[in-house]
Write a protein that binds this ligand. Structure first.
Ligand code: PMP
Length: 356
């Protein structure tokens, strides 16, 4: 496997994780069983989920009131589950609209309760993050999308708010340390920085998710999953196991401060190549550029296919932009090596030299 995988998700994971996961498909440790056939009630799985939870707690330095859940249904189910569990008649949540995933979160939350869109960068083509948003302390929470996978913007500082943030961190979870006390709830589909598709990481402040509505289906209540340690029903055993391997890798790499430093350098290699070129333009406003999803365009659109061919020849995959915005997008998640980022940077530079 020599390809440089810049896919937006499902996405690159550390090669060592693939190796260990493939060994566990044949036999998990010395259990005599494949990880695919162990019971979720087994001692083996109990150890897996306990270690995965404790690594998330350790990596984020979570205070005691925070709990870690591994759920199903993707981030898309959290769009409604958050509002469904947190809103009551008469209460309102604020939403900041920073891209198509925020729009989807807003649409689903509106089905569940009263939502106020506090700010939006839609009229700016989602090229930036709205700043200085006024947040009323009467709101139940404020929802943000911390990293906008499609438009390539990211919160580098989080809003000062009198109420807790609820954040969709699908595309930058575990990529940097967080001011965790600002967040009442964080959710993320695993399939970018954490593991394979099929599991959703949810971090909840238990003091924030307190009152439980009794009129909700059991599976859709956070209280159910908190009480049952994410094992009310059969959890996605394999996806959680692979997530554990990635968490162990992340710890070995030095944790979140170290990975953030590396992510910053990797993104810089690519942004520098774009900014130093005559042919390419970055699409996001500089101060809000994402370190995870780098979006860029060719000024001469007719060169698009040629650039993608050059990438292909250089073993670079996944840089075609999202269908809704076009251009290019390089997703540079935790597991992308600095070498991979440097290769893409060089390909951009060479292409510019030859074609400008
Ligand atoms: N939010 C963001 C920011 C995303 O990037 C994605 C998926 N790309 C989603 C939500 C949807 O996630 P899922 O497919 O896990 O429902």
């Amino acid at each position: 496997m020599t390809k440089y995988n810049f896919n937006p998700g499902p996405a690159i994971l550390p090669h060592s994780v693939f190796e260990e996961a493939s060994r566990a498909v044949l036999e998990l440790g010395k259990s005599g069983l494949s990880v695919l056939e162990i019971s979720h009630r087994s001692k083996e799985f109990e150890e897996i989920i306990a270690e995965a939870k404790s690594l998330v707690k350790e990596l984020y330095s979570l205070p005691d009131e925070y709990e870690v859940l591994f759920l199903q249904g993707g981030a898309s189910s959290q769009f409604f589950m958050t509002a469904m569990n947190l809103l009551r008649p008469g209460s309102t949540a604020g939403y900041i609209d920073t891209g198509s995933w925020s729009e989807k979160a807003i649409k689903e939350a509106k089905l569940m309760g009263d939502i106020k869109v506090l700010a939006s960068s839609k009229d700016k083509g989602y090229r930036c993050i709205p700043k200085d948003v006024t947040i009323d302390d009467g709101l139940t929470y404020v929802h943000i999308t911390s990293n906008n996978t499609i438009s390539g913007t990211q919160y580098h500082t989080f809003p000062d708010t009198p109420v807790k943030l609820v954040a969709d961190m699908s595309s930058d979870v575990l990529s940097k340390p967080l001011p965790i006390e600002k967040f009442g709830l964080i959710y993320a589909g695993a399939q970018k920085n954490l593991g394979p598709a099929g599991v959703t990481l949810v971090i909840v402040n238990k003091n924030f998710v307190t009152e439980t509505r009794e009129d909700l289906p059991t599976m859709l209540k956070y209280s159910t999953h908190l009480a049952k340690n994410s094992m009310f029903n059969t959890p996605p055993v394999f996806a959680i196991y692979v997530s554990l391997l990635t968490l162990r890798w992340l710890k070995k790499e030095g944790g979140l401060a170290a990975i953030d430093k590396r992510n910053t350098k990797k993104a810089q290699l690519i942004y520098d190549a774009i900014d130093g070129s005559r042919l390419f333009d970055g699409t996001a406003q500089k101060e809000d550029r994402s370190k995870m999803n780098i979006t860029f365009l060719l000024r001469e659109e007719s060169l698009t296919a040629k650039f993608l061919n050059v990438c292909n020849d250089a073993q670079i995959v996944g840089v075609k932009g999202h269908r809704s915005v076009g251009g290019f997008r390089a997703s540079v998640y935790n597991a992308m090596s600095p070498e991979g980022a440097a290769v893409l940077g060089q390909v951009i530079k060479d292409f510019d030299r030859r074609n400008a």
